[in-house]
Design a protein around this ligand. Structure first.
Ligand code: ATP
Ligand code: MG
Length: 398
């Protein structure tokens, strides 16, 4: 898919902005705190998912305003479509092709994968980051997964409350068992979905990693489950039983600590380069390459399942990478639409086809790039770039 037009109104520090992205690489540049990440965030929010940076819904609306709008024309499913998201009052109101829809219904219609510096440390950080990568990747291709995950977390939190109460009150075993059963049911579904997703992701990540490492290293991805058992061969009933048995075996420890020590909320994704743990032994470069490979593989899985290549949003990550890895991203390997941010457009060489967009205090100015040279945009684009707020034209091109 590709975004053909983006309009922002009272979104973050944008009063009004509009631009027509190029189908290839779009380089968004400007000084610090001008709105580059805000622009990436707007493009991402149209997936219907929560923002990739921690914020409240109300933070998205420009200070002092009650309502903000993100609107895009995009091409997907073989046709031009329109999505409009109105933010304000602590909720999102969405319409797709002028029909009202729930934000979750955008999943499967509008696809974006975001890559920010936090994700560069996906490999070396703790398991929570890898679980969150997995959960958000799965929810893009299986929207109902988020509901299952939320139901599991509710059962988990109830179970933990009962565990805490049991140190003070007697006779709560029956209640604990109720929550054990409810947790086991959801936990099985979460483990099953994660394992199935990794089966698709692993060969793709391996392929990308091979490309990045020049064919010298091999990456494998596996699900590391805290519930013992042969998960390859289990039916749903056997899986739920395995969770119940693990909870029973761990009950003493859970009671002592006051929380549940086994289950999908403690699982991990095992990443190995040539059979050796990337987290424990990978070099900085290997760990970053591994994170890149996972993200590109995520795009591959979406394309395989939905038949659409997602737009790729690279926020501030290219400066962190060496030239080889940078070129890998900027080359045609991705083949789709890419948006990337940096402070200095000169630092991005190698873009032969696309657009540069300068962001200056929430205003946009764009230029097409043909064969590595930036050219002035057409009059029509110029007219569309000028913010309707009339507060000026932003900065000049550099
Ligand atoms: P950097 O290069 O440092 O990453 P950036 O261009 O990515 O900078 P953004 O993160 O997009 O910068 O933020 C730009 C500005 O937007 C910040 O100064 C922030 O205070 C402002 N901002 C964030 N939310 C709102 C809001 N709701 N209303 C108005 N301004 C906001
Ligand atoms: Mg930023």
């Amino acid at each position: 898919m590709r975004v053909e037009r983006l309009i922002l109104e009272d979104f973050r520090n944008f009063t009004r902005a509009e631009f027509l992205p190029a189908p290839g690489v779009n380089v968004i540049y400007g000084n610090n705190a001008q709105g580059k990440t805000n622009l990436m965030e707007a493009l991402y929010l149209l997936t219907g998912q929560r923002s990739f940076r921690p914020s409240r819904e109300s933070d998205l609306v420009r200070f002092g305003q009650s309502q903000g709008i993100i609107e895009a024309d995009f091409f997907a499913g073989g046709r031009s479509q329109n999505v409009r998201m109105v933010l304000g009052g602590g909720r999102k109101t969405v319409s797709l092709n002028e029909l009202p829809v729930q934000p979750s219904e955008l999943t499967g219609r509008y696809f974006a994968v975001v890559f920010s510096p936090t994700e560069l440390s996906l490999v070396k950080e703790g398991p929570a980051q890898r679980r969150s990568f997995l959960d958000s990747a799965i929810s893009q291709v299986m929207p109902r997964y988020l509901k299952t995950l939320a139901a599991m977390n509710r059962a988990l939190s109830q179970r933990n409350t009962v565990l805490g109460d049991m140190s003070r009150f007697a006779g709560l075993e029956g209640m604990l068992e109720v929550w054990d059963r409810s947790f086991a049911k959801m936990a099985y579904s979460v483990i099953h979905a994660r394992r199935r997703y990794i089966r698709r992701l692993s060969p793709k990540a391996g392929e990308v990693y091979k490309g990045i490492s020049g064919g010298r290293e091999e990456l494998t991805v596996a699900y590391q489950c805290t519930i013992p058992g042969n998960w390859d061969a289990m039916t749903q009933q056997e899986g739920e039983q395995a969770v119940l048995e693990a909870l029973a075996a761990n009950r003493g420890e859970d009671l002592r600590l006051g929380f549940t020590g086994v289950g999908p909320h403690r699982d991990d994704m095992d990443l190995r380069i040539d059979g050796i743990s990337a987290r424990s032994f990978g070099s900085q470069g290997q760990q970053r390459s591994c994170a890149l490979a996972l993200k590109l593989a995520e795009c591959g899985v979406i394309e395989e399942i939905a038949g659409e290549r997602p737009i790729v949003l690279l926020d501030d990550v290219l400066s962190e990478l060496d030239k080889k890895r940078r070129d890998y991203f900027l080359s045609d390997i991705h083949g789709g639409q890419v948006f990337l941010t940096c402070c200095d457009s000169g630092s991005i060489r190698g873009v032969t086809r696309g657009m540069t967009i300068r962001v200056d205090r929430g205003q946009l100015r764009s230029r097409r790039v043909t064969e590595g040279r930036a050219s002035r945009k057409t009059d029509k684009e110029e007219a569309q770039d000028v913010p309707a707020s009339g507060t000026g034209h932003g900065g000049t091109h550099q």
